[in-house]
Design a protein around this ligand. Sequence first.
Ligand SMILES: C[S@@+](CC[C@H](N)C(=O)[O-])C[C@H]1O[C@@H](n2cnc3c(N)ncnc32)[C@H](O)[C@@H]1O
Length: 451
Amino acid sequence: MHQENMSANFNNLTRNDVKRRRHLGEHLTSEGIFIQYILPEIIAYRDEYLWADLFCGEGSLILPILGTIPERERESFFRNHIFMCDIQEEMVKRAVKRAVSYGIPEELACERIRINDSLRHFPAELTSVRTKVYHVTNPPYLYLGYIRKNSELSHYSDLFQGTGNGLQDLYQIAMSNDVRNDIRRMVYLVPTNFLFGKSVSERIRSYVLGNYSIEQATIIERKVFANTGTNILILFLRKAETPVEKIEFRALKISEKSRVGRYILRKEYRFSAGDAFDRYVEKNRQRNSPEVYFYLTRNEIVSNPGPNPVRIIDSKSYNSEGYSLFHLSVSKKMYERLKENPLFVRTLDTGTSRGRAGLYEIEKVFGADGIMVEGSTYRTNPIHIFFNNISSRPLALKIMNEFNRRLEELREETDSEFMTTYKYSTSSYTRKYLGLNQVKSLMKTIDIGGL
Ligand SMILES: C[S@@+](CC[C@H](N)C(=O)[O-])C[C@H]1O[C@@H](n2cnc3c(N)ncnc32)[C@H](O)[C@@H]1O
């Protein structure tokens, strides 16, 4: 209900609001997330730490702690144990108002909740007590690729130079500031790519996890924020005594059904939680494996006319009846090429158990011989796959079965974690995306001679 209200409000926002939100990475956490997943884990240390949020928004990740303190003790607790800031005056005002609603005098609230650009300035209030700070935060998310494409965001560029060199997102700048400032304990709400990503997060992961252990994590595979589909991770981090080589932890995964996953992250794999796929490929690599390439272009079909009838669908012309089917005539060479390459890749789970990502027969699914594409390609459309070193339909079908069997085995073993979660999923289960490079890699584990 809360989320529906937020979405309705969102529809009324002006374009400038939307832009401001995006540019400041503003996605506010609901108090419910804090109460359910964070508060129970920190309540035992409540009186030992200074609770800070340097990107506090309305204060949902800190202020509800006050609800656990008897009213007459709140003012003194607030004075000694809470500090928050945000770059937006409006957010600071809202957080102050919220503190006041817990009985904190406004003047005191304004002292301990203030405007600050925390990506650039570590607040002086924390420097002398830094080892006693517990930073609970959901920092702004903004990907460097997006920043670079937007001239209005050029003021962020310098953050990614010097100590920020190689980092890829504003949330990573926030994390690296904490490491540099020797913050000992923190809870970070960050995109799941922090644990599972490759080039987008390898550097920050090595920097943070080389020095901190993960006490526990919650991975939320459903929509948390009203205005973005980014899946998030609640990460409890603790500074380690010595450099970290290996981290073992349990994570609660919340999607259509909740479950607990066990993770082992290793320094040699840059602490990636999604490295099982790469390790599998490395371990099972074969010399004589299928070499594949993707896409049948319209141009290829048109420039190979001849007397042989084929049925081709256009992957971009989809309507309620399905894909448009074209009856065309092609050369003998093209005809044979299509017959010998009867498969397509479904990169995205459709949302039912029969439509999982994998290889399928074009004939069986679409009643066609080929899938053509013109112009820009879409990674989630069905994609015709061709073999470079195989020209036998029966062998292609065997490869399909072997490929799908391996893929399903890996998905079972890793809870599909090597695949990307599809953001805009509305189906009742989490839809996963299989990249074309992953298709190529998994093919390398199939021994053609053994089929
Ligand atoms: C993802 S929101 C999270 C807010 C809050 N922690 C929560 O979870 O509801 C990020 C917040 O960081 C603030 N912010 C963005 N850039 C900032 C900066 N350089 N310094 C301080 N706050 C910043 C935004 O105004 C926004 O309120």
